[in-house]
Ligand binder design. Structure first.
Ligand code: NAD
Length: 289
């Protein structure tokens, strides 16, 4: 299939390479010449503009930084420029309202579109093991699934348009709050004189068990290998966690949801990023506690 790919950065670069490996003819577009060079090395055809890349595409995949860019790129260069009937898949993490707005504009011009944000970082993008949470009609999902399956290990239909983004930010709000709770708990355990490995052995089999503890432990040398064992480098940047928490706070405000733990997590990650640690893995917030 001819697939246009817009935004071949940290995540999109590996995702586009996996579409090539799956036999798709990938037509790449990015503002960055370095990203295009890498895409070319990975077997993509490269184009100077989005309009040229989508001109002959049966599907358009985007992996862009934020909602304003997604809105601008689809509005100016994709809708009306891709062939009639093309399927659009936006895999960026953006706000629910913009996802719904762009899909509506696409549908008004007789295209189908899904929002399909991902769980998993750069390693999962490169390795083709992302999890996609998909919002869209049954028909759009059925068309999107085989394309997304070439880039991931799981493709889940979350519901109607916007539901993929809603699932993504709800999941990451829980992750942000549970990571901080796990960090502060280990610091308290330490101050109370507990051996941290012993506390891990107890809590990981007791009711405090959670993913941040048993799959991504923020304490070096405890639990499975994680960014804590690598000086909090690599993994999921605190700045990206902050972006997702801000999206969650906007979404919560738009529906009058009460999210005190999410709010607290957002303010703590805001302070962490402001102090120059935005590039550190999000579990590095333990250093502030
Ligand atoms: P990135 O900044 O590395 O890549 C974005 C790419 O988009 C860049 O190459 C940039 O040049 C390109 N771009 C920007 N504006 C453009 C335009 N108008 N036209 C064409 N190209 C344009 O970002 P990333 O880390 O790859 O993240 C992309 C998305 O994935 C974000 O929405 C992010 O929240 C989400 N995400 C990232 C991770 C992660 O671990 N990095 C994990 C999950 C989700």
């Amino acid at each position: 299939m001819k697939v246009a790919f817009i935004g071949l950065g940290n995540m999109g670069g590996g995702m586009a390479a996996n579409l090539v490996k799956a036999g798709h003819e990938v037509r790449a577009s990015d503002l960055s010449p370095e990203a295009l060079d890498r895409a070319k090395d990975n077997g993509c055809a490269v184009f100077g503009t989005v309009q040229e890349a989508v001109a002959d595409a049966e599907a358009v995949v985007s992996m862009l930084p934020n909602g304003a860019i997604v809105d601008a790129v689809y509005g100016a260069d994709v809708i009306g420029h891709a062939p009639q009937g093309a399927l659009f898949l936006d895999c960026s993490t953006i706000d629910v309202d913009t996802a719904r707005k762009v899909t509506k504009a696409a549908e008004s011009a007789d295209y189908e579109m899904v929002d399909a944000p991902v769980s998993g970082g750069i390693a999962a993008a490169n390795g083709g093991t992302l999890t996609f949470m998909v919002g869209g009609t049954d028909n759009a999902f059925a068309r999107a699934e085989p394309i997304l399956a070439a880039m991931g290990k799981a493709v889940i239909h979350a519901g109607a348009s916007g539901a993929g983004q809603a699932a993504k930010i709800c999941n990451n709000m829980l992750l942000g709050a549970s990571m901080i709770a796990t960090c502060e708990t280990f610091k308290l355990a330490e101050k109370l004189g507990l051996d941290l490995q012993t506390f891990y052995d107890i809590s990981s089999k007791a009711s405090g068990q959670n993913w941040s503890m048993t799959s991504y432990c923020p304490v070096p040398g405890v639990g499975p290998q994680s960014p804590a064992d690598n000086g909090y480098q690599g993994g999921f940047a605190a700045a990206l966690m902050l972006k997702d928490l801000k999206l969650a706070m906007e979404a919560a405000a738009s529906v009058d949801a009460i999210v005190p733990m999410g709010e607290k997590a957002a303010s703590l990650y805001e302070a962490f990023a402001r102090d120059g640690s935005g590039g550190m893995d999000f579990s590095g917030i333990i250093k502030t506690l």
